[in-house]
Design a protein around this ligand. Structure first.
Ligand code: SAM
Length: 227
């Protein structure tokens, strides 16, 4: 049984995909997809030996070695051309790390049609990378589980330019249109956090002015969305 978070990521993996799950830990996501006949092939990539061994163990235990392979590698280096990967999932890490992994492995992105990303924080930097690399966001989800709020971003390769406004980048183009209760609650918390940060900077009188300006710009965007 997957968490609601990983199940949501899995929902957006196309039927019969050849998927690489980067930072797979126990390989729970690709194993679940394989058991449910949702994918035709999967790579579980891990950069740390312990989680890599967890993935290997899970794949063997579930007798999925014909469909799934675990690889010890940094980011997209887990993907080999012969894998013919068309879908990449990256879940459960910070947005800056997800962006770094995507940016480092651009040759492995050849032939990849879909990215399903679940950054724990820093979603805006992921959306910025997607737009700059011609991946168009085609769906988004926001969900709360175990006291955390998670966003899932689905992006498909496109040949047309992708441009997002500052608000779309921060809030997500689909999430912004939907403004669900989970979304509203998240941005109420973020607003309070940004306001506290500004108050602190003003009190300390040491913050570089661009930090203050950026925080104020963010507050304005959030206030605009919550209005
Ligand atoms: N994807 C699973 C999930 O969402 O439940 C596991 C998330 S776990 C918190 C993050 C995993 O990413 C860790 O097992 C870590 O070793 C792995 N990781 C971090 N940086 C990585 C990289 N550059 N390449 C591959 N795996 C990485």
């Amino acid at each position: 049984q997957l968490s609601a978070r990983l199940a949501t990521v899995g929902e957006f993996v196309p039927q019969n995909a050849r998927v690489a799950d980067i930072g797979s830990d126990h390989a729970y996501l690709p194993a679940n997809l394989a058991l449910n006949h949702r994918i035709s092939y999967g790579v579980a990539g891990e950069v740390v030996k312990g989680p890599f061994e967890n993935a290997q163990h899970e794949i063997q235990k579930l007798q999925l070695t014909a469909i799934l392979v675990a690889r010890l590698a940094d980011g997209l280096a887990a993907i080999q051309p012969a894998d013919r990967i068309d879908t990449i999932t990256i879940a459960g890490m910070g947005g800056p790390l997800i962006r770094h992994i995507l940016a480092q492995g651009s040759s492995a992105l050849t032939g990849v049609q879909r990215l399903v990303l679940q950054p724990n924080v820093g979603e805006a930097t992921v959306r910025e990378w997607l737009a700059a690399n011609q991946f168009q966001i085609t769906a988004e989800r926001i969900l709360a589980e175990d006291g955390h709020t998670y966003e899932v971003i689905v992006a498909d390769k496109t040949t047309v330019p992708v441009i997002y406004s500052a608000a779309e980048q921060l809030f997500g183009p689909f999430l912004l249109g939907e403004k669900s209760p989970v979304f509203i609650a998240k941005w109420q918390r973020e607003l309070a956090r940004a306001q506290a940060a500004v108050a602190q900077m003003q009190q300390a009188k040491v913050a570089p002015t661009e930090h203050l300006a950026a925080a104020n710009a963010k507050i304005k965007l959030i206030e605009g969305v919550l209005a």
